[in-house]
Design a protein around this ligand. Structure first.
Ligand SMILES: *Cc1c(COP(=O)(O)O)cnc(C)c1O
Length: 380
């Protein structure tokens, strides 16, 4: 389909129900499907772990929005990651991961996949030379990047890393959770697989946990689909439906997230209580040029370092009224958190430990003046 992004978000995979005309894909809350004769399911549906029409609608929409061949959805972002790892890798293989990966991703690699036999190296993915040095030709199966990274908002050059990965016959996997496909489409820059925590911007309303994989290539897509069924970490029909409902407004929500974040980043940059603002939309950000090349805009996530150190950072997090003190991100409401003690506590003492004075904001779509006034009060 040659439609624009917002049209695809509303229509791809979501034709009116052929039987009833229902405009919105129904929640097919069923575990199994009647067959007309032995071995003859009506539309190919036999059992809902293997296939469910509500999940199919979401999967098709996500594949269209990322420009990939196959979309697959899961019970959580980490379930998607685990399925991808164990589809592509075998014990003894090696992967390169970001040195400031999402804490849960780091835990999956370091505490679960490593025990299963996977080797990994953490590298600064904003530096292609560091990634090149971490690749072990013949052993590295995946170069795994987030861009922007969580929580330091580092930017990886997707096209450059795709070249490095492919030269070593590895796959480039991009966790596109922070940008969403509205702001960035990694497959167009050479990525092989896109990973999402759909819990975040794609769902967009902080009411459902889910994950997704989109494969650029149909053959890899088929292997992933086989493992989605064989490993069974699927999302249920109601969760798929909620996620699809959120997806329809992704474009308008992202534009407002970006509008608000740009204003807040500019405000923080002038505040005496802030030592450093990390936002790829600002010209002084080291990844600004690469971000401008591969992203439509710069997203709703901002991190900053409190001038008064860790205690100051914690005090700011405890003092906002509109910004809710909570983990997660990407919902319509603004959130604030202290990564060192919250989302990234599991990385303490590791190469992925984050600065103790760091505060992370997920800027929501409330009235920008209200958000600025809330931060003004909390920063004192
Ligand atoms: C939240 C998150 C994940 C994990 O997703 P879940 O849905 O919580 O399992 C992975 N990557 C990033 C960047 C995230 O923010």
């Amino acid at each position: 389909m040659d439609y624009g992004f917002e049209t695809l978000a509303i229509h791809a995979g979501q034709e009116p129900d052929p039987r009833t005309g229902a405009v919105i894909p129904p929640i097919y809350q069923t575990s199994t499907y009647a067959q007309d004769a032995v071995g003859s399911p009506r539309l190919g549906y036999e059992y809902s772990r293997s296939g469910n029409p509500t999940r199919d609608a979401l999967q098709e929409a996500l594949a269209a929005l990322e420009g990939g061949r196959t979309g697959l959805t899961f019970a959580s972002g980490l379930a998607a990651e685990d399925t991808l790892l164990r589809t592509v890798c075998q014990p003894g293989d090696h992967v390169v991961i970001p040195d400031d990966a999402y804490g849960g991703t780091y835990r999956l690699f370091s505490r679960v996949a490593e025990r299963w036999g996977l080797n990994w190296t953490a590298a600064k993915v904003s530096d292609p030379d560091a990634v090149a040095a971490a690749i072990r030709p013949g052993h590295t199966r995946i170069v795994w990047v987030e861009t922007p990274t969580n929580p330091l908002l580092g930017i990886a050059d997707i096209a450059a890393l795709a070249g490095l990965a492919h030269d070593a016959e590895a796959l480039l996997v991009v966790d596109n959770t922070f940008a969403s496909p509205y702001l960035q489409q990694p497959i167009a820059h050479g990525a092989d697989v896109v990973v999402h925590s759909t819990t975040k911007y794609i769902g967009g309303h902080s009411d459902v946990v889910g994950g997704a994989l989109v494969a650029a290539d149909a053959e890899l897509g088929e292997r992933l689909a086989y493992h989605q069924n064989a490993m069974g970490a699927i999302n249920g029909p109601f969760d798929a439906w909620l996620t699809l409902r959120g997806l329809k407004t992704l474009g308008v929500r992202m534009d407002r997230h970006c509008d608000n974040a740009e204003r807040i980043a500019d405000y923080l940059a002038t505040h005496a209580g802030v030592a450093e603002v990390l936002y790829p939309g600002r010209a002084e950000h080291p990844g600004h040029e690469v971000a401008a090349k591969q992203m439509r805009r710069f997203g709703g996530m901002i991190s900053f370092r409190a001038a008064g150190g860790e205690e100051h950072a914690v005090r700011i997090c405890n003092s906002t009224q509109l910004f809710v003190l909570a983990e997660s991100l990407g919902g319509v409401e603004s959130l604030i958190e202290h990564p060192g003690r919250m989302t990234h506590a599991s990385a303490a003492g590791s190469p992925l430990e984050v600065p103790a004075d760091l505060v992370r904001l997920s800027v929501g779509i409330e009235t920008a003046d209200d958000l600025l006034a809330d931060l003004e009060r909390a920063l004192g």
